[in-house]
Ligand binder design. Structure first.
Ligand code: PHE
Length: 458
C-alpha cells in the first residue's frame, strides 16, 4: 500500500495550544488514574512507590513522550507512514506502527468493556439502583452485570458508538472540541469530590496510606510495576502520542507540553486517590485492587455518606469522562492508519475500526459469562488482551521508539523539533534526551519486560 497522495493536504489537526493540551492530557488521563494508580500506590508502599513511579516517569515516560510527539509532528502522518518517511531505508521501523495498531485494538477490546461497566454504573447511579451499604450486595450487583452476556455486550456497543460518534466529527471538531469541554469538567468534579472526601474522618489514615513511605515494600518487582504504570499512564509505546504529535500546531513547545501533561496527569491520579481513600477508610473498608475497589467498595462506601447517591453518580461520570479522552486517542490510531494508508475515507475508517472492535471486544465482554470457561493458557481473553498489550506490545514499542530516535533518526532532526525557544538550550536538551533514549530508556524498559514475562521470578 502507498499513502494516499493528498492525505497531507486534507489532514486535520488541533487548532490551538489549548486544544493540543486538552487532547493530549485527555489521552493520558483515564482508567489508569482512577483505579490503577491509587491501588498500586497503596499496595506497594505508598510514598516509596510514588517516588519510583516519578523516577520512571522522568526517565522513561517523558523522553518517550517527547520523542513520539516529535516524530509525529516532523512527519505529519500516521505512525506507519511517519516512520517510513523519516527513515525510508534500512531497518523496517514502520513495523512499530503496525504493532501500535495491534496494541490499540487489544487495549481497546478490554478497556471498552471496563468503560462499559462504568457507563452501566452511571445509568444505575442516576436511577438509584446501585447503593447498598452491604459490600456483599454491591458485589452481587457487579457480578450480575459482568456475568450477563447481553448487558456486557450492549453496554460495550454503547461505549464504542459514543466514542466512534465523536471520532466521526474529525480531529478538530471531534477529539479537540470534546476534550476541551471534558477536561475542565473532569477537574471540577474531581476537586468537588476530593474536597468532600477530605472532610471525612478517614482523611488522616488515607493520607498516611498514600504518602507515608514503607521502604521495605520496595522490591525489584514493585519497581518494575511502577515503571509499567508510567508507561500505560502516559499513553506511550504504541503510536498514540506519535499520532497526536502529527496534529500538534507548529509553534507548540513539545517538551513543555509533555511536561505539563505529565504533571496534570499526576495531579489527577493524586486527586483521585484523595477522593477515594478517605471515604474508604472512614467506613472501615480496606482498599482492595482493581474492579473490586471501583465497582464494589466505592458504592458500598458512598451508601453511608449523606448525599451518597449524587456523589456516586458524580464519581462514575468523572470516570467515564476520563476514559473517553483515553479511548478517543486509542481509537484514533487505527482510524488514521486505515484512512491514510488504506485510502479509506475517515468515516469508513472509523466504521471499520468499530466493526473490528465489536468483534474483538466481544471476546473480552463475554469473558466472565459465555466464555468464562474458555481460558487458553490459564487466562480469559480479557486477561490476555490486558497482559499482551501492557507486558509485551507497549514495552516493546517503547524500546523500538527509543532506539529509533536515539540511533536511526538522529539528534539533529530531533533537536530541530524541539527548537522553538532558543537554539542552544534545546540543543542541550536534545542531546540529553538522545542520550537517555539511546541507552537508559531501552535498558530500563527491557527490565520491565523481562519481569513482566516472569524471567526474574523463577
Ligand atoms: N493513558 C490511558 C489511561 O491511563 C490509557 C492509554 C494507554 C491510552 C495507551 C492510550 C494509549 O487510562
Amino acid at each position: 500500500h502507498t499513502a494516499s497522495p493528498n492525505a497531507g493536504a486534507t489532514r486535520g489537526g488541533f487548532s490551538s495550544g489549548l486544544g493540543v493540551l486538552a487532547a493530549t492530557l485527555g489521552s493520558a488521563v483515564g482508567l489508569g488514574n482512577i483505579w490503577k494508580f491509587p491501588t498500586l500506590t497503596g499496595a506497594n508502599g505508598g510514598a516509596g512507590f510514588l517516588l519510583v513511579y516519578l523516577l520512571s516517569t522522568l526517565l522513561i515516560g517523558l523522553p518517550l513522550m517527547v520523542a513520539e510527539i516529535a516524530i509525529g509532528r516532523q512527519a505529519r502522518a500516521n505512525p506507519i507512514s511517519a516512520l517510513r518517511q523519516l527513515r525510508p531505508h534500512g531497518a523496517p521501523w514502520w513495523l512499530i506502527g503496525m504493532a501500535g495498531m495491534a496494541a490499540a485494538f487489544l487495549i481497546l477490546s478490554f478497556y471498552s468493556e471496563v468503560v462499559a461497566w462504568v457507563f452501566a454504573y452511571v445509568a444505575k447511579a442516576l436511577t438509584g439502583g446501585l447503593l447498598s451499604s452491604d459490600p456483599a450486595q454491591t458485589q452481587a450487583s457487579f457480578d450480575a452485570l459482568v456475568t450477563d452476556p447481553v448487558q456486557s455486550l450492549v453496554w460495550q456497543w454503547v461505549v464504542l458508538a459514543f466514542i466512534g460518534g465523536i471520532l466521526l466529527l474529525g480531529v478538530t471538531r471531534g477529539i479537540e472540541a470534546a476534550t476541551k469541554k471534558l477536561m475542565p469538567l473532569l477537574f471540577l468534579l474531581l476537586l468537588l469530590l476530593c474536597g468532600y472526601s477530605l472532610t471525612l474522618p478517614g482523611r488522616a489514615q488515607a493520607l498516611a496510606f498514600l504518602f507515608a513511605p514503607e521502604w521495605h515494600k520496595i522490591t525489584p518487582a514493585v519497581v518494575l510495576t511502577a515503571m509499567g504504570l508510567a508507561f500505560f499512564k502516559l499513553s506511550i509505546g504504541m503510536g498514540t502520542m506519535m499520532t497526536y504529535g502529527s496534529y500538534f500546531t507548529a509553534s507548540q513547545n513539545i517538551p513543555a507540553t509533555a511536561t505539563r501533561v505529565m504533571l496534570a496527569d499526576l495531579s489527577v491520579s493524586l486527586l483521585a486517590g484523595m477522593a477515594i481513600f478517605p471515604a474508604v477508610f472512614s467506613f472501615g473498608f480496606t482498599p482492595s485492587a482493581g474492579p473490586a475497589l471501583v465497582f464494589i467498595t466505592i458504592p458500598a462506601v458512598f451508601a453511608q455518606i449523606p448525599g451518597g447517591q449524587v456523589l456516586l453518580a458524580v464519581f462514575f461520570i468523572l470516570t467515564a469522562i476520563a476514559a473517553t479522552g483515553a479511548m478517543l486517542s486509542l481509537m484514533e490510531v487505527p482510524v488514521v492508519i486505515l484512512h491514510e494508508r488504506w485510502g479509506l475515507t475517515r468515516p469508513r475508517a472509523t466504521l471499520l475500526t468499530l466493526l473490528v472492535l465489536v468483534l474483538l471486544g466481544a471476546g473480552c465482554a463475554l469473558s466472565q459469562s459465555t466464555l468464562a470457561q474458555f481460558r487458553p493458557g490459564g487466562r480469559t481473553l480479557f486477561d490476555w488482551a490486558d497482559h499482551l498489550s501492557s507486558n509485551l506490545l507497549l514495552p516493546a514499542g517503547g524500546i523500538a521508539i527509543a532506539l529509533f530516535v536515539g540511533w536511526a533518526w538522529g539528534e539533529r532532526a530531533f533537536a530541530a523539533q524541539l527548537s522553538n525557544h532558543g537554539e542552544l538550550g534545546n540543543r542541550a536538551l536534545a542531546r540529553l534526551l538522545c542520550l537517555l533514549l539511546r541507552w537508559v530508556t531501552p535498558a530500563l524498559i527491557l527490565l520491565v519486560m523481562l519481569a513482566g514475562l516472569g524471567v526474574f521470578s523463577g
